[in-house]
Design a protein around this ligand. Structure first.
Ligand SMILES: Nc1ncnc2c1ncn2[C@@H]1O[C@H](COP(=O)(O)OP(=O)(O)OP(=O)(O)O)[C@@H](O)[C@H]1O
Ligand SMILES: [Mg+2]
Length: 266
């Protein structure tokens, strides 16, 4: 079964895109065939692999027109096990375009169903909002991964995200689970980081991943060179940490599979 992990937090600039790109690349490095989907109109994930001019069709076409198969927009990357479904600015139009369509929240789920079995992991990057794009990602996903920046007020707003998560679990996607919360942009020299780490740990407990992503300039630079952290700075803390995070992700997904099998058998 394919793990479909949506990376979401409606707060902007918390490391969703950096996590989506480098977690996907780390999974590919661990021999997992991975599809990275960019659902953000800002298209920061896409631009980390291709120039905007190289993108002729994107997730916008797939989600706005059910006749456009997702397979037609999948692009290869330099990593043979990592593939990309590009996003572009037009995605911003979907909020209005899909309004009132009864199947609006199911567009991504339906689009993915013919290809998902070809991948071990699907990673979805979402915009900083809880609109129709994020809702589509939560309806299609098996798991939710929430990056939280180690900064004051970091937890503010996660209530809304978790409420949306519960609503989606209640109806369209009861199988959805929280895979984990990852602390990003951590700076061990500051008290702010230490305080917020403690706060996040007390709120999320076991759900929190052991791996923290520290603040590291290499992670900020690599997209400009169209590289992931693993080719740009393979020995940097960012590379080491995202590799560790991928290990934890794989472990949780596999434990979850064992648990669901046991439930099915019971
Ligand atoms: N661990 C890190 N160390 C240093 N810089 C980072 C780190 N993680 C992210 N950044 C930088 O912080 C900025 C915001 O990160 P990113 O784009 O991943 O956040 P986001 O949650 O996807 O933002 P948005 O909500 O706008 O989509 C970017 O410039 C990124 O390069
Ligand atoms: Mg982003």
């Amino acid at each position: 079964m394919t793990a479909i992990i949506t990376i979401a937090n409606q707060k902007g600039g918390v490391g969703k895109t950096t996590t989506a790109i480098n977690l996907a690349a780390a999974l590919a490095n661990r021999e997992k065939k991975t599809l990275l989907i960019d659902l953000d109109p800002q298209a920061n994930t896409t631009i980390a692999f291709y120039d905007a001019g190289e993108i002729s069709s994107s997730m916008f076409e797939v989600l706005s027109d059910s006749r456009v198969g997702i397979a037609t927009v999948i692009k290869p990357t330099k990593d043979p096990l990592l593939f990309l479904c590009p996003g572009r600015l037009a995605l911003a139009k979907l909020e209005q375009q899909l309004a009132g369509q009864f199947d609006a929240p199911f567009r991504l789920k339906d689009a993915l169903s013919p290809v998902e079995k070809d991948y071990d992991y699907v990673i979805v990057d979402t915009p900083p909002s809880l609109g129709i794009l994020t809702v589509n990602s939560l309806v299609a996903a098996t798991h939710l991964l929430v990056p939280i920046q180690a900064a004051y007020f970091a937890i503010e707003g996660t209530d809304d995200l978790l409420e949306t998560y519960e609503r989606i679990r209640a109806r369209p996607n009861p199988g959805l689970k929280v895979l984990g919360v990852v602390i990003t942009l951590y700076d061990k020299r500051t008290n702010i980081s230490k305080d917020t780490h403690g706060q996040i740990r007390s709120v999320f407990g076991e759900v929190l991943f052991k791996t923290k992503i520290t603040k590291n300039v290499r992670l900020e630079e690599s997209p400009a060179y169209k590289e992931t952290i693993f080719t740009f700075a393979p020995k940097s803390p960012g590379a080491v940490e995202y590799k560790k995070l991928a290990g934890e992700v794989i472990q949780r997904v596999e434990e979850d599979r064992v648990a669901s099998h046991a439930e099915d058998a019971a």
